[in-house]
Design a protein around this ligand. Structure first.
Ligand SMILES: [Zn+2]
Length: 290
């Protein structure tokens, strides 16, 4: 596309360029991560994102320390580094600033670097980086609110279109058929499990929720279209494994056995986007050949 790949492959394959490229990608990634924090924090609160909507009060509040009201200086806004320099405390009153902010920023930067490292420098990597950022937002918001936003999931579904149109490689076999089957192969069983579990849970606990929520099914529908059949199955296995492990930790720490499935599915989808087909191929190779 636009000779972008050719340019990067022919002229600048030397090591110094690659290192510089990854550093730039990381710095860009943490800046985007800084914006993701705003979305994660403000969207569930119904506050303005991108300065659109929201009251004047909200905007005023966002530029000041929430405890002492001290103005946040430009130097306090550098992703990851400001938090480290301030040692996680407000410069004025010493109130702790949640480590989640630099974690989200660093996570986004690292995922961008990892994406380009694993998938190489091409259009697919650019689209996959967008996926990674949306997975972070979906995962953290679901963790906080046990809610998955349909609009966020829709973006992943829409991303599958340019991915399919602009990226086709001979060695990779994600056909349109694979994307369509991929969309349904996990989302439908998830939906059925959710519906079947609902009356059972209502009867047993007197609460109205599903073992697998609708948002999780929708997320796996979009992920299936993005990843194709093989990779979305691999993603689901990783997601369930991560949830089982994470569930044990959550239960041990908070004594609460109810937790959001979305963040773990997001981990599975991220891994699936990077290594899904290889994992599926490896798994198939384990089966006995007759
Ligand atoms: Zn303060």
């Amino acid at each position: 596309m636009f000779g972008f790949e050719d340019m990067l492959h022919s002229e600048f394959t030397e090591l110094p360029f690659k290192i510089m490229f990854y550093v730039i990608i990381f710095l860009f990634g943490i800046c985007v991560g800084s914006f993701l924090n705003v979305v994660i924090y403000r969207l569930p609160a119904g506050e303005s994102v991108l300065g659109i909507g929201g009251s004047k009060e909200d905007k005023e509040k966002a530029s000041h320390c929430m405890t002492c009201g001290a103005k946040i200086r430009p130097i306090d806004l550098i992703p990851v580094f400001s938090w480290l320099m301030l040692r996680g405390k407000c410069h004025s009153c010493g109130q702790k600033i949640s480590p989640r902010y630099p974690i989200v920023e660093a996570l986004n930067g690292l995922l961008y670097v990892l994406t380009f490292f694993v998938l190489d420098i091409n259009v697919k990597s650019i689209i996959t980086c967008v996926l990674m950022s949306f997975l972070i937002v979906i995962g953290f918001i679901d963790w906080d609110t046990k809610d998955i936003y349909v609009s966020m999931v829709a973006v992943i579904l829409i991303l599958a279109i340019p991915l399919h149109l602009f990226y086709s490689r001979e060695n990779e076999d994600v056909t349109l058929k694979s994307r369509i089957i991929g969309a349904f192969i996990i989302s439908v069983p998830f939906f059925i499990i959710g519906e079947v579990s609902r009356p059972i849970i209502r009867k047993k606990f007197g609460e109205d929720f599903r073992a697998i929520e609708l948002g999780d099914s929708m997320l796996m529908f979009a992920a299936g279209a993005f990843l194709g059949t093989q990779a979305v199955i691999a993603s689901t296995f990783i997601g369930i494994l991560a949830a089982a492990l994470g569930g044990l930790i959550v239960k041990a720490v908070t004594k609460d056995s109810k937790f959001a499935f979305g963040p773990f599915l997001a981990i599975g989808i991220a891994a699936g986007a990077l290594w899904g087909n290889q994992i599926a191929q490896w798994y198939i190779s384990l089966m006995p050949h007759e």
